[in-house]
Write a protein that binds this ligand. Structure first.
Ligand code: PLP
Length: 494
């Protein structure tokens, strides 16, 4: 602790030391590092300056409106939006997706009036946020398996829409998909949607700030922006590859009429007339100010350079993987996301554990629909790819030497026979303890040092059982720490 540091801040710093690093480019999911200290400095100052500002009411805090309109305008410029386009800054990709689905549903009040359930057609690779939206808003999800190239299957999508076009309120695709990093055939799918008068959302949450610059750098990028007829809305996260602090995404609509059902107004109560553009009402001005500041600090030329850096890194990773026995590229990456699978000589969960030993986080993706488990690597401009390749090579060698995680056949049989619907709390506690995710001596939850066995066991479980187990785990993690409020801190002697 430095001489002048406040003791409370010192405690925060101490707590934070147990977290994954947000900078340095070794955390290959969750965080995105431009590697530019000035950007961080400006971003933090902007977030702090607006931390107490309430974004609920732009007439009370007009600067919030100025920043939002400028950020949305910059996003429109980047994504070939027509003059009619409008947008909203949201808290993240999930909120942008939720609002896109909600607006699509509420644009069709006739369905609810007729007692019909709205439906949306999505490829199986669509982000889980769409399933969350379907769950929240009562929309039926029609999941269309992707082709062997992991891209949306155009013919199957056409058939799925046509099967009940009247109830279809939305078709969605990704640019690119999170799990495999490839761009869907947006033009073809958007044309199908347009034919039926259905909205088409492009989820560019993770690629939206990369692909336009990739195209400018001369890379082959299939069309996916508002330049594609039929695309009605696009989501782009600023807290991913715009390298902004956490808490901002942009949802754009082709015109104001498409956005209208997204807004919520409530005048029929005795308090202030509530007017919301997003799911949040009171919201900090901090993230928006942070994003606004980062966009200006990096600038167009800066993003072009950052994109060149990260995509050169992707090229070097792909080339390096080609002569790295043990791991195979799942699909040639269209952007900054790389998925790798094991070739049978090792397992990806052990590789992830070994990478963690060297300070690298690769995100395990469990098997799905007959596809093997993979590791997800989101590269950043700050990622040292040569170092990553060294770490991967060592991790694969160690994983090969260790052999695959050996699961007891009886345990596998037991897990596969479980019906998640009938599991009570005691059974869930038993299962969590069995995989090393049980309560420790203090009643807190301890994760095993190595996650290989946990992941291997989750991998043989059905998606429903995975959901039940991990929800139970999170439930047991999320428990109040009592007696730690005001009065217990270092300032309590005041
Ligand atoms: C990250 C992501 C989301 C969800 O965004 P959050 O910011 O995590 O809420 C949605 N879609 C895609 C493709 C993503 O990569």
């Amino acid at each position: 602790m430095s001489e002048h540091q406040h003791p409370v801040l010192a405690r925060l710093e101490e707590l934070q030391r147990g977290d994954l690093p947000t900078h340095g480019g070794r955390t290959l999911a969750y965080v995105y590092d431009a590697g530019l200290p000035e950007v961080d400095r400006v971003a933090r100052a902007a977030v702090a300056a607006y931390a107490a500002t309430n974004g609920l009411d732009p007439t009370a805090f007009p600067s919030v409106l100025v920043m939002e309109n400028e950020v949305v305008g910059a996003t429109c410029d980047l994504l070939d939006a027509p003059a009619s386009a409008v947008g909203t800054v949201t808290s993240g990709g999930t909120e942008s997706v939720l609002l896109a689905v909600q607006a699509a549903r509420d644009a069709r009040p006739d369905l609810a009036a007729a007692g019909l359930r709205p439906r949306m057609v999505v490829p199986s690779t669509i982000h889980a946020a769409f399933h969350k939206a379907a769950h929240y808003f009562g929309v039926e999800t029609v999941v269309v398996p992707v082709g062997p190239d992991f891209r949306a299957d155009v013919a199957a999508t056409r058939a799925a829409v046509a099967a009940d076009a009247d109830r279809t309120v939305l078709v969605a695709v990704s640019a690119p998909s999170y799990a495999h990093g490839v761009v869907d055939p947006v033009a073809e799918v958007a044309a199908i949607a347009a034919e039926h008068g259905v909205r088409c959302h492009v989820d560019a949450c993770i690629g939206g700030w990369v692909l336009p610059y990739a195209a400018r750098l001369g890379r082959a990028v299939p069309p996916w922006t508002f330049a594609v007829p039929g695309v009605t809305s696009i989501s782009v996260d600023l807290h991913k590859y715009a390298y902004a602090p956490k808490g901002t995404s942009v949802l754009l609509h082709r015109d104001a009429g498409l956005r209208r059902p997204q807004f919520f107004a409530e005048a029929d109560w005795p308090g202030y007339t509530m007017l919301n553009t997003t799911m949040q009402s009171t919201k900090s001005g901090g993230p928006l100010a942070g994003a606004w500041a980062v966009l200006r600090t990096i600038g167009d030329a800066g993003y072009l350079e950052l994109t060149r850096t990260v995509l050169d890194g992707v090229d070097r990773l792909v080339a390096g993987l080609a002569d790295l026995p043990g791991l195979d590229l799942v699909a040639a990456p269209d952007s900054t996301l790389v998925a790798v699978a094991a070739d049978g000589s090792c397992d990806v969960f052990t590789v992830a554990d070994e990478l963690a030993v060297d300070g690298w986080l690769a995100q395990p993706q469990l098997s799905y629909a007959g596809q093997p488990p993979t590791l997800h690597l989101s590269l950043s401009a700050a990622t040292d790819v040569a170092g990553l390749l060294v770490a991967l090579r060592r991790a694969v060698e160690a994983a090969r030497a260790a052999g695959p995680v050996a699961l007891d056949a009886d345990v596998v049989g037991f897990v596969q026979a479980l019906d998640p619907a009938t599991l009570d709390d005691a059974a869930l506690d038993g299962l969590l303890a069995a995989v090393g995710m049980g309560a420790d001596a203090d009643g807190g939850l301890a994760l095993p040092e190595r996650m290989g066995e946990v992941n291997a066991l989750l991998d043989v479980a059905s998606p429903a059982l995975r959901e039940a187990l991990l929800s139970a785990f999170l439930d047991r993690l999320s428990r109040p720490v009592r007696g730690g409020g005001p009065g217990s801190g270092p300032g309590s002697g005041r």
